[in-house]
Design a protein around this ligand. Structure first.
Ligand SMILES: Cc1ncc(COP(=O)(O)O)c(C=O)c1O
Length: 473
């Protein structure tokens, strides 16, 4: 085993790790007599997991070549102010960004792509009102204008178009409750192959219906995405179908990378940064693989919801972690675990991750509506929220930034909550709660205390004979 390194794990982490945070420690195939040894170390990581327990064969000191157990963490274990650039990967120098061979492979893959058989070169629009308000020029890369209203068809098609005719004849399968499903279904229709899309039983009818409308076969299985994915992988193996992953494959990543290629062509002036939403990391890994090789001075900044910060936590821990829970509001990026290859690329190439709140995402959906009369889905507005928060946090003026508006498949039922929270996100409105004495004149007195501010909503709940609880906006 490599020598044990003893770096300083942030104090926020030290208190939180314990053996039950480690997921599935696989047992060796041979029947070793195992005994737990040392309470520290994971040689792959620079961090020490204080209480991780590794096993060795009792009779020999040679290490077992076991996959290392995964760290399970809570989103709350890494939080910082909106707009702050956190989770900055440590690299020895600006040139320490991966092997040149891998870099060339991605560049070649992106430059020789066939995604334009099916995707459009989406426009780069200046967000005029927002730019005036912030004093920077914010450009929107309009991936919400793709045929299936998100960038996801780029990656799916880039992988599927490279399948052999035998593979295409057998067909493809994927698991997704969202935009990836539509990307695979549309690519299959274009390539004339069959596609099976496995979705959790809880998927709203509108989503599976739109996939069926594209000619794919929908199978509803299990109560969660994980169950649907396990089923899809098993069926792929049993029936010889090709599994199309949503983000963790070089061809999928390269397909998404075409977004970066277009931005470098379309941008009129020097760019300070490109803000990219992160789910499993395919889009940002692809964009970084192109832009950092061609214009290394442009910052590639990931944006995640504060309660779905898987990439930020993985970069922070310097290894892929699993979230113990994930916020589902921006469902397109509600991912518990980023990809292996996407994580490797992000470690080498991205500049950090900005975290944003649900209210800020809603405010950005409203901004986009006011700007372009288009309704983005929450994941689609994430980068805009991150870009705005970053420019405000660092007081940037007179620079060019790009935010990827990545999707517009809005679930209609979410519109109500978006409109309610949008003003909260812009800090023009607040939801507050207080106790009110149960006696005549209390409400009048309360209104006097509030002063000239408008109350737009008031909820009263009788608590006891002496006090009631009120919620007001
Ligand atoms: C609209 C939207 N934005 C962003 C993402 C995140 O992309 P990735 O998983 O490649 O990070 C997704 C993923 O499906 C998405 O649907």
């Amino acid at each position: 085993m490599d020598s044990v390194k003893l770096p300083t794990a942030p104090s926020s982490l030290r208190t939180q790790m314990s053996p039950h945070h480690f997921h599935h420690l696989p047992l060796p195939h041979r029947s070793f007599r195992l005994k737990p040894v040392i309470g520290i170390t994971r040689s792959r990581s620079h961090h020490v997991s204080p209480v991780a327990v590794l096993f060795r064969e009792e009779t020999s000191l040679a290490p077992l070549d076991l996959p290392l157990p995964r760290l399970k963490v809570s989103p709350n274990s890494l939080q910082y102010p909106p707009g702050y650039l956190g989770a900055v990967p440590e690299r020895a120098s600006d040139h320490d960004n991966g092997s040149i061979v891998e870099a060339m492979e991605y560049l070649t893959n992106i430059l020789s792509t066939k995604v334009y058989d099916i995707a459009v070169e989406s426009p780069l629009h200046l967000a005029k009102k927002l730019s005036e308000r912030l004093g920077v020029r914010i450009f929107l890369k309009r991936e919400d204008l793709q045929p299936v209203k998100s960038f996801k068809l780029r990656g799916a098609y880039n992988m599927m178009v490279k399948l052999t005719s035998e593979q295409l004849a057998k067909g493809v399968i994927c698991s997704s409750a969202g935009n990836h499903a539509q990307g695979v279904a549309m690519s299959a229709a274009k390539l004339g192959c069959t596609a099976v899309i496995v979705m959790p039983r809880t998927t709203p009818e509108i989503k599976w219906q739109s996939v069926e409308d594209l000619g794919a076969t929908v199978v509803l299985v299990g109560d969660s995405y994980d169950e649907a994915q396990a089923f899809a992988k098993q069926r792929a193996e049993e029936e010889g179908l090709t599994f199309i992953p949503p983000f963790d494959h070089p061809d999928v990543i390269a397909g998404q990378g075409t977004v970066g290629m277009e931005i470098t062509r379309q941008a009129k002036g020097p760019l300070h940064a490109i803000f990219v939403p992160i789910g499993g990391g395919g889009l940002i890994a692809g964009i970084a693989s192109y832009v950092k090789r061609v214009c290394p001075e442009v910052k590639i900044i990931g944006v995640e919801p504060a309660d779905a910060n898987t990439m930020a936590l993985s970069l922070h821990h310097r290894e892929r972690v699993i979230l113990d829970q994930v916020g589902g509001f921006a469902d397109g990026v509600a991912v518990k675990e980023v990809g292996k290859e996407t994580f490797r690329i992000c470690q080498n190439l991205v500049d950090g991750v900005v975290l944003v709140t649900r209210d800020a995402i809603c405010a950005s959906i409203k901004d986009m509506f006011e700007e372009q009369r288009n309704i983005l889905e929450p994941a689609g507005a994430l980068a805009l929220a991150g870009g705005e928060a970053y420019c405000k946090y660092y007081g940037l003026k007179d620079v060019n930034v790009v935010a990827i508006t990545s999707g517009a498949n809005m679930n209609f039922d979410k519109l109500r909550i978006v409109t309610e929270l949008a003003n909260v996100g812009r800090q023009q409105e607040a939801v507050l709660a207080t106790l009110l004495p149960e006696k005549p004149g209390s409400f009048k007195q309360f209104c006097e205390l509030i002063g000239p501010m408008n109350i737009t909503e008031f909820k009263y709940r009788c608590g006891s004979e002496k006090e009631s609880v009120v919620l007001y906006r």
